[in-house]
Structure formats: structure tokens, C-alpha cells
Design a protein around this ligand. Structure first.
Ligand SMILES: Cc1cc2nc3c(=O)[nH]c(=O)nc-3n(C[C@H](O)[C@H](O)[C@H](O)COP(=O)(O)O)c2cc1C
Length: 190
């Protein structure tokens, strides 16, 4: 009967475009350790700056593809750094695109798990608080606490790979809570 188990589809977003991004390393590590019934596509957030003149049918192709990926997913996993105590512009820009056109946000009702990372021990917790405000504004559904905040990230990366077992297991526990939410309120539209 295994072949009848439906795959839960997650979408992974990295809040950094940097080559060698620690955020992306964390997403890659989590992706490899998901249960076999769960998949996670990782989406590149490199897209034009938000412009309301183009947020309907005339949206840039990267934006249209991004919105489609959100719609087709059951839930979202965001891993992001903190920039100047706030959300990285790349991520905020992508969320602003996804939130429109008004009343037709691809993120409405979508379960979202936020994970922040930082070389500092504070782990990006201030950016995460800001992100939760934004997710509420978009009417996405943030997965509740305990928050996943990964401090001292540089010491947890080896050869570009995220290798810290305790943090990885903690994050996987949060993904389990995200999956519970996805099953209770399925939102993927194929
Ligand atoms: C513009 C800028 C602002 C930053 N501000 C903060 C900050 O407020 N708090 C923090 O913990 N780290 C801050 N950092 C450090 C980032 O957390 C660090 O560079 C992180 O590794 C970036 O994520 P990435 O590895 O995924 O690219 C900042 C980095 C940059 C480039």
C-alpha cells in the first residue's frame, strides 16, 4: 500500500542569495533528511524588485513561477539570516510579490515554518519576529513556537554542509509540526 501514500510537497525559501549561504546549507541539509513521503523543492528568490504596476497578469516570469510554486506546495519552510535586525530585503521582496494581487495572495492560509540563522548567538531572532508580523499581514499561517533559531551558524557548517545534529533535529521537529498543520488544512492546488 506504500505506493498509495501521498507526498506532502514543501517549498524551501532561502533568505540569502549568497554563494555559500549558510541559510541555503541548512535548507539543503533538511531537504536530505525529510521522510520519504515528503519532498521539498528549493526556490531561488532572485527576482525583480516589487512594483505594483506589474503585480497582476503582467508580473515578471520569475514572480509568476514563484507564485505557482507556492500554490502547488502544501507548506513553506523559510531559512533566513537577519540583516540589520530585520528581514533580508530579498525575502521581503519575494513575500510582497507573493502577497499580491490584493485578495489573491498565493500565501493566504499557507502553513509557513520560519527558521533563522546567524553567526551571532542571537540567531536572527529579531528578524524572525518581524517575519511573523509580515506572515500575519499576508494571512499565511506561521507554525507556532518553539522558534527555531540557529546561532553560531559558522561553527555548524563544514565544507559548505550544515553538520550540527542537535540543531538539525530540532529543526526537523519543527518540520513535523509544519507537516501536521499541512495535513489538517491542505492548501495545495495542482
Ligand atoms: C547587510 C548585513 C546585515 C547584517 N545584519 C545582521 C544582524 O542584524 N544580525 C545578525 O545576527 N547578523 C547580521 N548579519 C550577518 C548575517 O547574519 C550573516 O552574514 C549570515 O551568514 C548571512 O546569511 P547567509 O550565510 O545565508 O548568506 C548581517 C549581514 C549583512 C550582510
Amino acid at each position: 500500500m506504500d505506493h498509495l501514500v501521498q507526498t506532502t510537497r514543501l517549498l524551501g525559501l532561502s533568505g540569502s542569495l549568497r554563494n555559500g549561504s549558510y541559510s541555503l546549507a541548512v535548507l539543503n541539509a533538511l531537504q536530505k533528511r525529510l521522510q520519504t513521503s515528503v519532498s521539498m523543492e528549493i526556490c531561488n528568490l532572485n527576482m525583480p524588485l516589487y512594483n505594483e504596476d506589474h503585480d497582476g497578469l503582467a508580473a515578471p516570469e520569475q514572480v509568476t513561477a514563484f507564485r505557482r510554486s507556492i500554490i502547488e506546495s502544501d507548506g513553506i519552510v523559510i531559512v533566513m539570516p537577519e540583516y540589520n535586525h530585520g528581514i533580508p530585503g530579498v525575502l521581503k521582496n519575494a513575500l510582497d510579490w507573493a502577497s499580491r494581487p490584493f485578495g489573491k495572495s498565493s500565501l493566504t492560509g499557507k502553513p509557513v515554518l520560519a527558521i533563522s540563522i546567524s553567526p551571532a548567538f542571537t540567531g536572527g531572532v529579531r528578524a524572525q519576529a518581524q517575519l511573523n508580523e509580515t506572515l500575519l499581514a499576508i494571512q499565511a499561517v506561521p507554525v507556532p513556537a518553539p522558534q527555531v533559531v540557529i546561532g553560531s551558524i559558522a561553527s555548524k557548517i563544514e565544507d559548505g554542509l550544515f553538520v550540527d545534529e542537535p540543531s538539525a533535529n530540532f529543526a526537523l521537529g519543527a518540520i513535523d509540526r509544519l507537516l501536521d498543520r499541512c495535513r489538517v488544512m491542505p492548501t495545495a492546488y495542482v
